[in-house]
Ligand binder design. Sequence first.
Ligand code: CA
Length: 525
Amino acid sequence: MNQTFSCLIGVLLLIACAEKEKIDMRPDKPNILFIMTDDHAEQAISAYGSNLLQTPNIDRIASEGMLFKNSFVTNSICAPSRATLLTGKFSHLNGLRDNRDEFDGSQVTFPKILQQVGYETAVIGKWHLKTKPTGFDTWKVLLGQGEYYQPTIATDTDTSIVQGYVTKVITDLALDFLEARDTSRPFCLLYHHKAPHRSWMPDVDDLDMYADETIPEPETLFDDYAGRPAAEAADMRIADMFLSGDMKLHPDSYPGKDTNSGGAGRGTSVDREAGWAAMYGRLTPEQKEKWDAHYDPINAEFKKMQPQGEDLVRWKYQRYMKDYLRCVKSVDDHIGRVLKYLDDNGLAENTIVVYTSDQGFYLGEHGWYDKRFIYEESFGMPLIIRYPAAVVANQVSDALVQNLDFAPTFLDYAGASIPTEMQGASMRNILERGSDENWRDALYYHYYEYPHGWHMVKQHYGVRTDRYKLIHFYNDIDHWELYDLENDPQELKNIFNNPEMAAIQADLEKRLTELRTQYGIVAND
Ligand code: CA
């Protein structure tokens, strides 16, 4: 053996030992910090290429972990998304098809199984499942949608109003949990924000952000919905946003009453001004002083200009986006506090940090706000995962993942067995090897909340592959849409029944039928 060769062997042995050491140092049961926001679109995260704002703390999770650029929801609405991530099952099996349904807390969920294998579990912040949380050693949750200022927090023993801005309040409670936890056990903390959910009330200390800037408009702000009757029928246009609750205008800044539908069905006679007065009324005198200093000049501007038509849509878009982005900025700041806590307490290496939102959201695309549709902006949900002990930094995955996969992934890392009733799959191979040869090549989606509830988005289901999407709108319509996401990423040209697409369409129809069978869908349910 010559000297060079023996040196090489020595180096290889050293590398092998180092690798082995790293593997052996992995905890059996890593901590899990599951950060979720409400309605945070990928378009408002700089790690996803946003041109709207910078989110340095969320970006840090991506640069130190893996960003999923093809992450999707099963049913793009708040409570059903939460039920799916807890149970690993589609809506028709976990019982939450829409926001009216109540969650059956006796179901199998991942926090319950984590408790069984030794985890201390907690949910702090938004819950939104109507029934009391189950499977948590600690729960401190908002009632229903919760409030932005002086939120009411419910626990197992009491309900109380906590002073402050909701994003800070939830973060303080999350840090309190981490500080007081049983350090002899791994923890799983669901740190779930209300923001940036409607009505997008920013922290008064963030109101100066964007004050004199113009937010870029999306290309489809004035979409004509050609070939898309369900899109045309939906009641979620920026044009129809409330002047009161959404735009935060005083009643004397516009003529008459606020008769905008706001998505609650056109022509509704509900007193919008009273609803907004109740939200504003929660601010303290000091908060009102800062609030009014910012919004009074905006009221004066609106009263003077009285914009109409496309000018009004543009004005509303600017108002909507500035408040939405300010809410996101606050979330990002407070996530930074929690990441720093992990750093300062030696927890960064052995804690899986997940950043996601319960679904995507429209930031003016197709002239909309809100979610619900299988179209990309609302079907997509941000997903970023950091786990330094096992996941290489700064990776981007294009795997087709879904909120269905969260529960199996957490259980896999905890060393727990994954119940066969869970319909998702563990993302562990993707996270640790960059890919999984057995991974799915198509996703199923199903939306139910119609004709009751808000926004009048018709029931639909569909399939998405890496390139194509086939959608069926049903109930009081029988309409199909097909999109080529490579040539038409904005989904403006419905090419269903286009002769050139015949073979691809037939294949997608077959895949859709297979997925419906695989996931146990009966008829149109
Ligand atoms: Ca939501």
